[in-house]
Every structure is written in C-alpha cells, then in structure tokens.
Design a protein around this ligand. Structure first.
Ligand SMILES: *Cc1c(COP(=O)(O)O)cnc(C)c1O
Length: 377
C-alpha cells in the first residue's frame, strides 16, 4: 500500500489550494444572508456566460433538473420521441420518461463512447422531436453531424454537458464553440465530482436563443415571467448563493484543471502504450478532451480480477457504466434488441475507469501505472 491516499476524485487536496478564498466567500454569503438569488448568483451567471461565449446562462438546482427544464421549455408533448445514447448515466433518460416523452436509445461509437450518428439517423421517426447528445467522459459528441441531422429533420438538440464543461468543439469551417453552446440548449451539472464542481448540488442551462432564455428562466422559477403571475407550470430549481460563490472561485481555474487532467491522461497513455490487452482513450479530431473520466477498454482480461488486484494495492477503479440503458428495468421495452447495441454491449463489459482528478501527482501516477503494468506481466 502506498503511504499516500489515492482516490477516484480528490476534492480535499483541490480545496486545500483555494481554502482561504473559499472559506472567506462562504462566510461572506452567510454574513450577507442573501442565500437565494443573491448577487453571487448573478455574478456567476455573468462570468459563466463570458467563459462560454453564450448569451444566456440559467443556473438551476442540479444537472438532472437542467435536462428536465430544457425538455419542458421545448414544448414537447407526451408521446414525442427523444433520442439519446444507450451508453450514458441514467439522468439523461430519466427526465424523458418523467415528462411522458418516449426515450429512444441508439448505439455509440467505439472510439469516442458518444452517440453514433448513423444509428441516430436510422432511429428518427415522424414522432421524433429532439436529440440529446451526451458529451461523455469529457469530449464532445459528433456535433457537426448531429446538428446537420437535426436541421434536416427539424429536431431540437439538447446537449448534456455534465461531463464536458470547458471542452472546445471545432467545426470543419473553422468555427470553435464550447461544449453546450452548439445545440438549442446545453445543460450541465456542478455536482462536486464534475469538472466544475461546487460543494453540494448545482446545475445550469445555456442557450443563445433569447426566447428560450426567457422561457428557461421562468420555468426554473415556478413558471413566473412576472412576480406571482404563473403563465405556465414550472419547477423550483435554484443554485444557491453559497454554491455560486464557490463556483466563482473555481471557474477561473477551470482551464488549468482541464490541463491537469489532460496531463494525467497523457501519463497514463504513455505508460500503457505497450500493453496489448489495454486500449487507451481516443481523442477525437474535432473536440478537445477534458477527461472527466479516464476510461480504458480491456481485451481478454478478467475485469473483476483487475479491480480486485488494484483495490488490494489501494487503487480505486470504477465501471462507468456496467449496464446499457436499454436493459435497465425502468426503461426496458420489447422493441429494444441487444443486437441493435453491439458497441454499448461490448463497452459495458470491457470498460474500466482509473482515478482522474486535478490533483494526481507524478508519484501517484507512477504507482498506479506500475501496478497496472505489473498485473499484465
Ligand atoms: C452527473 C450527470 C448528470 C446529472 O447531474 P446531477 O447534477 O447529478 O443531477 C446528467 N448527465 C450526465 C451525463 C452526468 O454525468
């Protein structure tokens, strides 16, 4: 066992570096008692708009709420179909079901883990109204193709950016846009372990559409466009001032945080280069990778045995995700056939994610990679 404590995500070491600022900001919100909708929230919203180069940021309670609110704002009707990836966290599809919309899952690309655009196009029917591409593990889905398909079929696009805030997507015409600012609406989460995490729950929506911006701002606040006039059914979903104050301190570090993650990923990549049973992550030509997760594909390896071995050496690992959405009890439907999801099926059985965060140092990386190499000797 190493004398240092290796974690999947080390929030404490990150906090230690900004402790004075964070503690002061929290105390100052308490002192102001502006806990809800205070100036910290307004300022954070403005700063995030600037960082993302997007016209509207609407903070909300968490990333799942953000997805739900996005779908509410698009005015979809029960029975409308919403297409998303079979290989993602369940929050993405949960909200589709909650709104009585019909989730339709499609397979993903083996290289990027993101929605496969050929499968996407095939899944479109006359009932399809929206696509939710998920920018999984820190890199963008094939947004150029997704936007072209959406345009041809007149569909809305909601980008689930919970794992990829700060990633840049380059279009072939040279345009570069931040993840979450390409479709009609982008959503994100500030859950503590996300790339831009607060110290509780938080989330946000992004849009460049003024009408949608107004509608989203009303829906998060009980459907009020004017105080105590409720024009439509909304929800109560707020980012509180303490979380906003913490996020204001962390946002200026986000690009450095992404760089630290990338550096750790490169260390892993180099160390694993010669191991035949391991495929390291592929970085897409059109997207930068902010490495929310560092995920390997294993070939002919007993994954449980590897996890057990790593655990004995004090190295945590996780399986994101072990079960495809089309097989989850809550979403299973007779028309979903395993053979339509060959890549997702393979990935669920072969992926493993190693520790990835902003504070991984050379000593830890060396220990982790040497241990993995030892296993494959
Ligand atoms: C974390 C996550 C969410 C949900 O965010 P919460 O803030 O936990 O509600 C949604 N989608 C994806 C892909 C996520 O990783």
């Amino acid at each position: 066992m190493p004398e240092y404590n290796i974690q999947m995500v080390d929030l404490k070491s990150q906090y230690d570096k900004i402790k004075d600022q964070v503690d002061e900001a929290i105390l100052s919100v308490i002192d102001s008692t502006a806990f809800i909708k205070g100036p910290e929230v307004t300022e954070f919203k403005r700063e995030l708009q600037e960082y993302l180069s997007v016209k509207h940021v609407i903070p909300c309670g968490n990333g799942t709420d953000a997805l739900q609110i996005a779908l509410m704002a698009l005015g979809l009707k029960p029975g409308d179909e919403v297409i998303t990836a079979d290989f993602t966290f369940a929050a993405t599809v949960e909200v589709i079901g909650l709104l009585n919309l019909t989730p339709v899952f499609v397979d993903v690309d083996r290289d990027t883990f993101n929605i496969n655009v050929e499968a996407l196009e095939k899944a479109i029917t006359s009932k399809t109204k929206a696509i939710i591409p998920v920018h999984l593990f820190g890199q963008c889905a094939n947004m150029e193709a997704v936007m072209a398909i959406a345009k041809t079929h007149n569909l809305f696009v909601v980008e689930d950016t919970a794992q990829a805030i700060g990633a840049d997507y380059s279009f072939s015409n040279g345009d570069v846009k931040k993840a979450g600012t390409i479709g009609n609406i982008g959503t994100t989460s500030f859950f503590p372990s996300k790339n831009l995490g607060c110290y509780g729950d938080g989330g946000a929506l992004f849009t460049n559409d003024d009408e949608l911006g107004k509608r989203l701002a009303a829906i998060v606040n009980h459907g009020m466009y004017q105080r105590y006039y409720h024009d439509e059914i909304g929800v109560n979903s707020r980012l509180d001032s303490i979380q906003a104050a913490i996020l204001r301190i962390k946002l200026p570090h986000l690009d450095n945080y992404s760089a630290s993650r990338k550096k750790a990923a490169e260390y892993y990549n180099n160390a694993f280069a010669g191991i035949d049973q391991i495929e390291t992550p592929v970085t897409d030509q059109q997207s930068t990778h902010v490495f929310h997760q560092y995920t390997l594909k294993l070939k002919g390896v007993d994954r449980n045995k590897l996890q057990e071995y790593l655990k004995e050496r004090g190295i945590p690992s996780m399986i994101y995700y072990p079960v495809p959405l089309h097989q989850q009890k809550a979403y299973v439907r007779p028309e979903f056939k395993d053979e339509d999801y060959p890549v997702t099926m393979e990935l669920c059985g072969s992926v493993i994610s190693l520790p990835m965060h902003t504070e991984l140092d050379e000593k830890q990386l060396k220990y982790i990679t040497e241990s993995v190499k030892e296993f494959f000797k």
